[in-house]
Design a protein around this ligand. Structure first.
Ligand code: PDD
Length: 286
């Protein structure tokens, strides 16, 4: 069965999906996106992702697609048509395809492009990696200054991931002014004296939807949370560390730049948070 994707109002087999070569997403990375996970055929944190999408559009003065009000229905339709049990729904909006390549934003006659597709990932929540944790290296954060907007400018994060692979690690934490901003596609945390420490919100990091939920659950479970930046040296001396994102949920980090954290196995706080996040998210999934 060929995958069914959504392009500008139509559900089509992926081989038939078409976007113009003049699309500004293609030419200027003038687009924003969201990734929503699916567990048991239901959407996790959908409302948070929808709200952040609207914010990304607003921050870039990008018109919302006409189908903005139907996003839940479109997500559900794609999950159903592609028989997704566990996996992801990827959504991208661009400023559309004007008649020619032009740096200035197009006028109102150019409609935004809206594309959605699914990725099936059976057993997404039971990832064996969560049992052993991941290794990260540090790289300089060379991205632009509005990382709070979820744009499709993902070249540097891709390069960071490749640098990690080359170094025999799983991911990279980006460092700016001596402190960690975030992972290539996730938010970063350490645990010190039982306290969960993660960078405060600002333009320097993406305001993770998983981050918001995990911090809420942590506080509800009487865990202490401190939102502040931390250095790689502080991370290497921490009891444990982890990352969060829609595709990894809560994933333990066991090594930072070659230094094992604690005994080099996933810590109890990361494991507990993963369990709470998955339990609560499954309950609230729609
Ligand atoms: N990435 N920081 C960055 C730079 C990200 O790209 C992501 C998400 C996050 C976590 O955000 P959330 O919890 O809302 O997924 C933080 C997605 C999963 C991706 O690009 O595939």
């Amino acid at each position: 069965m060929s995958r069914i994707v959504y392009v500008n109002g139509e559900y089509v087999p992926e081989e038939e999906a078409r976007v113009s070569v003049f699309d500004r997403g293609f030419l200027f990375a003038d687009g924003v996106y969201e990734v929503t996970s699916v567990l048991g055929g239901k959407l996790i944190d959908f409302e948070g992702h929808r709200r952040r999408l609207q914010r990304s559009l607003d921050e870039l003065d990008m018109p919302a697609p006409e189908a903005m009000a139907d996003l839940l229905e479109i997500h559900r339709e794609l999950v159903a048509r592609n028989e997704i049990v566990d996996g992801l729904v990827y959504l991208q909006v661009t400023r559309g395809a004007p008649a020619d390549r032009d740096f200035t934003f197009p006028g109102e006659d150019t409609k935004p492009t809206l594309v959605l597709f699914t990725q099936s990932k059976p057993g997404l929540a039971e990832s064996p990696v969560a049992k052993v944790g991941i290794k990260v290296i540090s790289v300089e954060d060379m991205r632009w200054g509005r990382r709070d907007i979820k744009t499709v400018q993902l070249l540097y994060p891709s390069m960071g991931k490749m640098m990690a692979k080359k170094a025999g690690a799983d991911d990279a934490w980006m460092v700016e002014d001596g402190v960690v901003t975030e992972g290539t596609s996730n938010n970063a945390y350490i645990v010190k004296g039982g306290k969960i420490i993660t960078r405060h919100l600002g333009n320097e990091i993406l305001h993770g939807i998983t981050r918001a939920a995990v911090l809420r659950f942590a506080r509800e479970a009487q865990m202490e949370v401190e939102e502040r930046s931390f250095s790689i040296e502080e991370a290497q001396a921490a009891e444990e560390a982890f990352i969060t994102s829609a595709s990894t949920f809560v994933m333990p980090v066991v090594e930072v730049d070659g230094v094992a954290l604690g005994d080099g196995t996933p810590g109890p706080i990361a494991a507990r948070l993963r369990e709470i996040y998955l339990d609560e998210s499954r309950k609230a999934a729609i």
